[in-house]
Design a protein around this ligand. Structure first.
Ligand code: DQA
Length: 139
């Protein structure tokens, strides 16, 4: 199975950024750990702070993977372009992930352009949200 994990803006700072919300563990280290734990999966991970680079990665990977796990960060709440890119790709197994519980935070975090084009969304379980997304694909 091939899975692409795609992360959006400011997620490179998880571990030091607002640790009360996102925790103190580095997302990059967690991605390395996930890749080792699920070595049988062809897992790629990508992070960019730039909307167009995220779209390029969705277009590039979306044709060749079985599933995409995406945390678009703040673009979740603003980007029609990322939602359109997800709609255009071949794979229909797309899962939205958030580290924090977006529904327990500011009002503007409760809307997502990404959610309607996904199979489902997982949020609020910290970095474990990514592993839960993988497990849902394996089952
Ligand atoms: C986030 C939630 C977003 O609202 C926020 O802008 C982020 C991170 C999360 O993983 O909890 O950057 O996507």
């Amino acid at each position: 199975m091939k899975i692409a994990i795609i992360n959006g803006p400011n997620l490179n700072l998880v571990g030091t950024r607002e640790p009360d919300i996102y925790g103190r563990d580095s997302l990059n280290d967690y991605m390395v750990w996930l890749k080792q734990k699920y070595a049988a999966i062809d897992l790629t991970y990508f992070q960019s702070n730039i909307e167009g680079e995220i779209i390029d990665e969705i277009q590039k990977r979306g044709e060749h993977v079985d599933a995409i796990i995406i945390n678009a960060g703040a673009y979740t709440h603003t980007s029609i372009a990322i939602a359109d890119a997800l709609k255009a790709v071949k794979t229909k197994s797309i899962i939205e992930v958030h580290i924090s519980n977006v529904y327990a935070r500011e009002h503007y975090r409760r809307s997502s352009y990404i959610a309607p084009v996904c199979m489902g969304s997982i949020c609020g379980f910290g970095l474990k949200s990514y592993e839960l997304a993988i497990l849902s694909l394996l089952n």
